[in-house]
Design a protein around this ligand. Structure first.
Ligand SMILES: Nc1ncnc2c1ncn2[C@@H]1O[C@H](COP(=O)(O)OP(=O)(O)OP(=O)(O)O)[C@@H](O)[C@H]1O
Ligand SMILES: [Mg+2]
Length: 505
């Protein structure tokens, strides 16, 4: 009885509310107290929550990050030059979000979806919050498919799996971005969506990266999301999270995604700048206390989902810049501990022209090895060990006057292996060609070829094997393992290809 009465009353009330229709809305409006350096303090908005968007005049948005009782500390996501104290600031009740969808592919945009390529606004139909909890452990599957970079030094020695997080670490100008861009180029025709997220770089560097991707037909499967060093630090700070949200859209639909963060050192610096201006207590290297968390919560979102969740994957390749090879600095150590391995680039190798300057001994991939195709394992298994031994021998041999024959041969062999791990920028190789070249090296077919002719020999092996064994090459590219007969055929073709270059006598 009483329940019926209550129901009736509620119905009447609901009806009455529905009838009111559009009318004046209640909005929280506060006042801008201070603005400068990419942050603002706003009074009179006590109900705004953490990381809620607030709207300034001139269509500038900000992210509320300090909730002091008397004022809000806000990161500006746009240029605040036109803002003055006393202006009105509106609460929006929204979290920061970004457009997502197929329409972004081929585009250069910023974290808010603004086009930066001179074309119209991308026609997306969906938006997603830029922050999202990482998938639960129960929803994750082990990485099982390789993510091929097309670089012999990486695919053979430090293999990466889809859904893995592999750090690219090195001093400035050691070829970090080049490795990442080459990996994106190599995903042509592989059904992997690539997102190049550039943070804090110079505008010219970003333009060069986009140009390289265009020239190599890589924009057809890529999105470039950027905030340059001249952009407000707040925008730089949210850009990696926006790129992650764009990638998750595809991962949730069962697709494979690769996201490059170039680079997180600059991302951390933007955050440090904001935190200091917001008067948060500085810690080690003046970074705020939550600096580890901003990177871990980002990279934890990269994963390989279980079949039941669609089986999609998101591979993250964060880049971090070191100073004077100091990988024990704060940000590099944090990132090394968050990721599943690192590709270490050495300035010494770079100066010697041994490019890509991957230091095999200091690089590691903790999970990708399990995804490596068996063909690689067969040719690269001993190569890594032989190579590290060679590096030691070479240093030692500098002091020796006379070397016994076997040591001399091992050094000569190592020199050739080092040479074939070289690869120019912008020319990733298919698995079959890599395998053919690595096979030639590991079987010692190149040991009699003068070091200066190794590049020529490599070229001949690649061409001859592709020509003579199209079906075998297809098998290698798709990860099938070869039987002894196939190996023998490959080896014979490779030997034939280099026979003209071998020193006789
Ligand atoms: N494998 C390679 N072959 C030839 N040149 C290369 C190779 N890798 C890198 N380079 C050249 O070295 C230079 C530096 O490369 P890159 O910009 O990738 O380095 P970086 O570490 O990203 O630099 P920064 O610290 O400025 O971001 C570029 O001019 C690039 O063309
Ligand atoms: Mg770079």
């Amino acid at each position: 009885m009483l329940e019926d009465l209550l129901d009736q009353t509620f119905d009447t009330l609901r009806g009455a509310l529905a009838d009111t229709g559009p009318g004046p809305e209640l909005a929280d409006v506060g006042t801008l107290l201070e603005v400068g350096g990419g942050i603002a303090r706003v009074g009179g908005l006590p109900r705004v929550g953490f990381e809620e968007l607030v709207a300034f005049p001139e269509e500038v948005l900000g992210l509320a990050v300090n909730l002091d009782p008397d004022a809000l500390g806000v990161m500006l996501l746009g240029h605040g030059d036109a803002l003055l104290p006393g202006m009105r600031v509106r609460a929006t009740g929204r979290q920061a979000d970004t457009p997502v969808g197929e329409a972004l592919i081929g585009r250069v945009i910023d974290a808010t979806g603004r086009p930066l390529d001179g074309r119209g606004t991308p026609r997306t139909t969906e938006r997603r919050a830029i922050e999202r909890p990482a998938p639960a452990i129960m929803d994750r599957a082990p990485v099982s498919v390789p993510l091929e970079t097309g670089l012999k030094a990486v695919d053979a020695m430090i293999p990466i799996g889809r859904g893995q997080r592999e750090l690219i670490v090195g001093d400035r100008q050691t070829g970090k971005s080049t490795i990442a861009i080459d990996t994106i180029i190599n995903q042509r025709g592989k059904d992997v969506i690539c997102i190049y997220c550039a943070v804090g770089q110079r505008g010219t560097a970003i333009a060069r990266a986009v140009e390289t991707l265009r020239r190599n037909d890589a924009m057809a499967h890529s999105i470039v999301v950027t905030a340059s060093g001249e952009d407000p630090p707040g925008l730089q700070f949210i850009t990696p999270y926006a790129a992650m949200a764009m990638g998750e859209y595809f991962m949730d639909r069962g697709r494979d995604v690769l996201v490059v963060y170039d680079d997180l050192t600059r991302h951390a610096r933007a955050y440090r700048e904001l935190s200091l201006l917001l008067r948060r207590p500085p810690g080690r290297e003046a970074y705020p206390g939550d600096i580890f968390y901003i990177h871990s919560r980002l990279l934890e979102r990269a994963t390989h989902l279980r079949e039941e969740r669609g089986g999609g994957s998101l591979t993250a390749l964060p880049v971090v810049e070191t100073q004077a090879q100091d990988i024990s600095a704060y940000i590099p150590t944090n990132l090394i501990s968050i990721t599943d391995g690192q590709i270490y680039l050495s300035p010494t190798l770079f100066r010697k022209g041994l490019l890509p300057a991957v230091d095999i001994g200091r690089s590691v991939s903790r999970v990708g090895g399990k995804t490596q195709y068996p063909t690689y394992r067969r040719v690269a298994g001993d190569l890594r060990l032989a190579y590290t031994q060679f590096e030691e021998l070479e240093t030692f041999a500098r002091f020796a006057t006379r070397l016994d024959e076997s040591t001399r041969r091992r050094i000569e062999h190592g020199r050739r292996v080092r040479r074939i791990l070289r690869q120019p920028a912008g020319s990733p190789l298919r698995a079959a060609e890599q395998i053919a070249v690595l096979l030639a090296a590991s079987e010692g077919l190149l040991d009699d070829v003068p070091v200066d002719d190794i590049t020529e020999a490599e070229q001949r092996v690649r061409e001859r094997v592709s020509e003579a064994h199209p079906q075998l090459c297809e098998d290698i590219d798709t990860g099938r393992s070869l039987d002894d007969e196939d190996w023998q055929a490959l080896k014979e073709t490779a030997a034939e290809a280099v026979s003209g270059l071998r020193r006789t006598g």
